[in-house]
Design a protein around this ligand. Structure first.
Ligand code: ADP
Ligand code: MG
Length: 780
């Protein structure tokens, strides 16, 4: 029993009283006993005995009070327990003896040195400040020294005793060291190490040690395997408390890290509190040194919880600030108020071979209204694969051109860039709009010409990949930026492109619809337009799960489709055979399928081809020079082949659902019925199969996203590096929507009253410390 347990017991007792489960006559005597039982623990804490004394006195007459006053007293008691917890279960680090700046290199900390510093740097710990935010992955409860007799099987125990015996054994190749430890109550426990001969150098008979580990009991014999140990001369030296377990790398040890960290966190006293006072009060948060102490060396589990709570809020609060400040900066800047007549757009719509859907018209109107306003447009266009986003972006580019500005379109891959280029050229040049393409691989002389023409206003719309954001790509008067498949780009890349104009309008497009809270968290107050319907006459793609050994039946089916002049995709996760994974690689399968479907022509496309080769193949496929395309995921986004009705995805279990959805979206882009076959290995788990089945049952991108996001978590969902989402330690972006919402509101309130954070200097400093890089990009 410790103080925390005592408070918990007190609280549960009061709650039971509140629920009327104890007779009021017995209420006080039992409360008294509960406190008396713990008197030794209470006496240890300064001033606590007196407080508990008056607390008890308050309850003495409770049996004779009117009912409502009884209840009131018990409720007050609960509040008091909470106060006591805050006072006695939370502490802060000692004040450091030296005065070191927070940026002091870690190697100067006692016990670190050059060698250890190098290893710590690999973990991202460079200076004192970094240690604050290098969080433990777990904790060990070493608050109490246990008597051996009280330790039960499976329990983690801290035991102090003397080594009274030692034995060394060899079993096969295994060398076993056993030490017998005896505690002051004369009970014994065996400590065992396997193949760790070096232990002999540290432990000898007669030594006094503290050990910690999981106790095993077998036929009454107690044992700890590979315990953590500390040789001591006096019990006072034993490291007690709730101790951190850090996620370390080879060569670093928990013990030494604990010593180092217990020193460095003292410097948390030098951090000026950056959470506003009103926020700390509102949520009863704890101070910076308290929360840093609480996450590394909590005084109690209550302390740990409070620290986590505060750090979690801190994390999302600061992130929301960075998002909203970004938004604020964009809005503060004067955008372009475009004068749109809409004559060209009308002409274009008239020339289309189809009628726009209602959804397309609606989102186009939203975009047009935005572009007319002086506030820069910041709009996300969400629409499922095949819903016709491209046409909408073309309309926006036409309006933009008509009002006298250049447009830029950024896409994630060069295959896609080329296809888009071809389409835009076809559609827009007849309206007199000059379209150009710029890629990383574009020839130097060509690039030079493009850049010149861009400055001379000889180019109206420039399409490209990341090449667009290079410093020397300068527009004469950029008015609209379209970013396709925007989740593929990071915040920095987006901002870089935006900075190429005087606050151009921005249209983000995505076929990976994300839940609204998440969209808000990520993009601030981005306005969202939704295409909710598919072009009419589209048939839903039929999705079928197929076991590997049934593939031949699928081939026969495909043959029939090919006979009717349709086309088929085969997609593989790898391009070369890997013995380890035993995946059929695209290149290898190409050899086989080339024979199998000889009659219809077979082509191969993969990421290791030059983009000229890739483009060549794509073009031939579009022109139906062959009917089967074997490919890796390079075809994933955007590619448009109207006659493709078959999509075969091998090793479907290796793909994310959003990726599968994108791939599936490559077919069924006309009035014909299309099919998607997901080939899965027999060894795939039931869980995965279930997930794929869910996927097969829906063609709705929002549902797919939802399933995928829950399944993989936001980190993987958005891709690893480029999602612009920080590596959150505490907040769960999917499952904490209420907290995120609260933090957003708080941030709003603060920015409303103090838009430049003049009265929140420490806060501003901390926001810039964490997110300065992307915020500064908007300062130009
Ligand atoms: P995505 O939203 O996936 O980018 P696209 O813009 O590439 O979709 O459109 C998919 C296909 O649908 C294209 O071939 C396009 O020409 C066609 N399309 C777009 N809008 C319509 C419409 N309203 N009616 C019929 N077909 C359309
Ligand atoms: Mg598209």
């Amino acid at each position: 029993m410790n103080l925390e347990d005592y408070f918990n017991e007190l609280e549960s007792y009061l709650k039971i009283g509140l629920d009327g489960k104890i007779s009021w006559k017995n209420f006080f005597p039992q409360l008294y006993n509960l406190c008396k039982k713990s008197i030794n623990i209470i006496k240890k804490e300064k001033g606590l005995k007196e407080k508990i004394g008056s607390f008890l006195a308050y309850y003495k007459p409770i049996a004779v009070l009117p009912d409502e006053r009884k209840i009131k007293r018990v409720k007050q008691g609960l509040e008091l327990v909470e106060k006591l917890r805050r006072q006695y279960l939370i502490d802060e680090p000692e004040v450091p003896h030296k005065d070191l700046p927070l940026k002091t290199d870690i190697k100067f900390i006692r016990g670190v040195g050059n060698k250890r510093a190098t290893m710590m740097r690999e973990l991202g710990i460079n200076n004192i400040e970094d240690t604050f935010y290098f969080f433990p992955r777990d904790y060990e409860d070493r608050r109490e020294i246990k008597a051996i007799i009280d330790c039960y099987h499976g329990q983690n125990c801290l035991i102090v005793g003397r080594i009274i015996n030692f034995e060394e054994k060899k079993v096969g190749t295994l060398k076993i060291l056993s030490y017998v430890l005896e505690d002051k109550h004369d009970s014994v426990i065996v400590l065992t190490w396997f193949n760790q001969d070096y232990i002999k150098r540290f432990l000898q008979i007669g030594m006094k040690v503290a050990v910690y580990g999981t106790v095993e009991v077998e036929f009454g014999r107690k044992q700890i395997k590979n315990p953590d140990f500390q040789v001591i001369t006096s019990i006072k030296e034993v490291k007690t408390g709730i101790l951190p377990i850090y996620p370390l790398k080879k060569g670093l040890y928990q013990n030494s890290m604990r010593t180092i960290f217990s020193e460095t966190i003292q410097y948390s006293h030098n951090v000026k509190e950056f959470l506003p006072e009103e926020i700390i009060n509102k949520y009863q948060f704890i101070t910076f040194p308290q929360r840093i102490k609480g996450i590394h060396f909590p005084k109690s589990y209550y302390h740990l919880e409070k620290a986590k709570e505060t750090l979690k809020y801190e994390e999302i609060f600061l992130f929301e600030f960075s998002v909203l400040i970004q938004k604020q900066k964009i809005q503060l800047k004067e955008g372009i108020s475009k004068n749109i007549k809409g004559i060209l757009a009308k002409e274009f719509i008239f020339s289309l071979p189809f009628k726009l859907t209602k959804s397309q018209i609606k989102v186009f109107e939203e975009i047009r209204e935005d572009m007319k306003k002086a506030i820069p447009m910041n709009r996300l266009l969400q629409g499922d694969v095949g819903s016709g986003k491209t046409v909408v972006s073309e309309l926006a580019l036409i309006d933009n051109y008509e009002s006298g500005y250049q447009g830029a379109v950024m896409v994630p891959t060069s295959v896609l860039a080329k296809q888009q280029y071809k389409k835009l050229k076809e559609d827009l040049e007849k309206l007199g709009i000059k379209v150009e393409i710029l890629l990383g691989e574009t020839k130097k002389s060509e690039k030079k010409k493009i850049k010149e023409n861009l400055l001379n206003n000889q180019i109206d719309v420039l399409i490209g990949t990341h090449a667009l954001i290079q410093d020397d790509v300068i527009f004469k008067n950029l008015g609209l930026v379209v970013i396709d498949e925007q989740h593929r780009f990071g915040v920095k890349q987006r901002l870089a492109l935006i900075n190429k104009g005087k606050m151009p309008d921005i249209l983000f497009m995505t076929a990976t619809p994300i839940p609204r809270t998440l969209a808000m968290t990520l993009y601030g107050d981005l306005d969202v337009s939704l295409i909710t319907e598919m072009p009419s006459g589209r048939k839903k793609v039929k999705t079928v799960l197929v076991k590997e050994n049934k593939i031949n039946e699928i081939y026969k089916f495909i043959e029939k489709e090919l006979e009717s002049k349709n086309q088929a995709f085969f997609v593989y996760p790898l391009i070369e055979e890997s013995e380890v994974l035993d995946l059929k690689a695209a290149t290898e399968m190409y050899e086989i399928l080339k024979e199998r479907f000889k009659k219809y022509g077979v082509g191969l496309l993969h990421g290791k081809m030059s983009s000229e080769e890739k483009n060549n193949i794509m073009e031939k496929f579009v022109n139906k020079e062959f009917s089967v395309l074997i490919s890796t995921t390079v075809i994933e986004v955007g590619v448009d082949i109207p006659d493709a009705t078959i999509m075969v995805i091998e090793h479907a279990e290796r793909f994310g659902l959003s990726q599968l959805h994108q791939l599936r979206g490559r077919v069924g882009r006309s009035k014909k019925q299309a099919y998607c076959f997901l080939i899965v290995s027999q060894s795939v788990s039931g869980e995965t199969r279930e997930k794929l089945r869910k996927f097969a049952d829906t063609t709705n991108g929002f549902e797919v996203s939802e399933i995928d996001l829950q399944w993989r978590g936001p980190g993987k969902f958005f891709g690893t590096e480029q999602h612009g989402l920080p590596d959150f330690k505490f907040i769960d972006i999917l499952n904490d929507p209420e907290l995120i919402e609260k933090a957003r509101k708080d941030v709003f309130e603060i920015l409303k009253k103090d838009p430049e954070l003049k009265d929140h200097k420490n806060l501003k400093k901390e926001i810039y410390r964490r997110y300065g890089k992307s915020l500064k990009m908007l300062e130009a």
